[in-house]
Design a protein around this ligand. Sequence first.
Ligand SMILES: [Zn+2]
Length: 289
Amino acid sequence: MKKTLATFVLLLCSIAANAASTIKIIFPMTPAAQAAIRGLGSDAVLQSWTESRAAELTSAFQNSGIALAAESVGWVPIDTNYSITSSDIILAMNDVQICLERDARGADIVVVITNAGGAAGAVIESSIGTSNPAEALAMVEYVPAQSNLSVAHEVGHLLGSRHQWAVDSSMTPQYYGHGYLSNETNPNGEAGHAVTSCFHTILAYSQPCSNGETSYRIANFSNPSVVYHYLGANLWFAPFATGKRASPHFADEASFMGAAGALMANFRNTKIAGIPLAKLIPATQFMLD
Ligand SMILES: [Zn+2]
């Protein structure tokens, strides 16, 4: 009897582990970003813009074999024209307008949209792989957000990932928590890209390929078990041999993002009434773009 019960509980746990958790995102928009995105359109344009960013992130999770989804709980107008600096990110974390709306809508994380760059987007260092809801905030410039998956890139940082090893050799919070730059070139070419250029995943920066061309971003997180299909060729994200798992240059975001995202998806299970406590963060925090 006990054994049957244990089996039943185990089965329930495995079902729960396989279900996709949904990360709810609120998109505060600076006045300048609202104007730039809306153009001559109505506020409905802003809502559908945020839904497109969430859909791109959901697709990236699916492409990468990660049981997560993203949902926009909407955009919200803010008064301050933040730019992408560590001090402005910390100010946004303490912005009462943002905190109140986030809690009222039950958003797990915050992605502030600006049109004042300096960087495509950024989070502060301590929020990488954060288990602290108060730090779950990224800031993204609207152009790369809609053209280069920059929202997915910054959410990837919040989930615990870093850039490719060539530009960031940090081993925390996971040594394999890096984007991947493919060194393979594709002799068959691919529509929309240079004939033999190599690719990089969402968390990697563009880099020169071995043939001198420049890599392009694909809508995937790193997962050595997933094959990326060029036209007519199958290429892997990372060294495929089992022994490479211990290599210091391994990239396998899929191995931890699902669990990190399941925690994140519970940052705001319920809507919270009242004024939240401001998050006190040292102003010496570095920014990771
Ligand atoms: Zn980055």
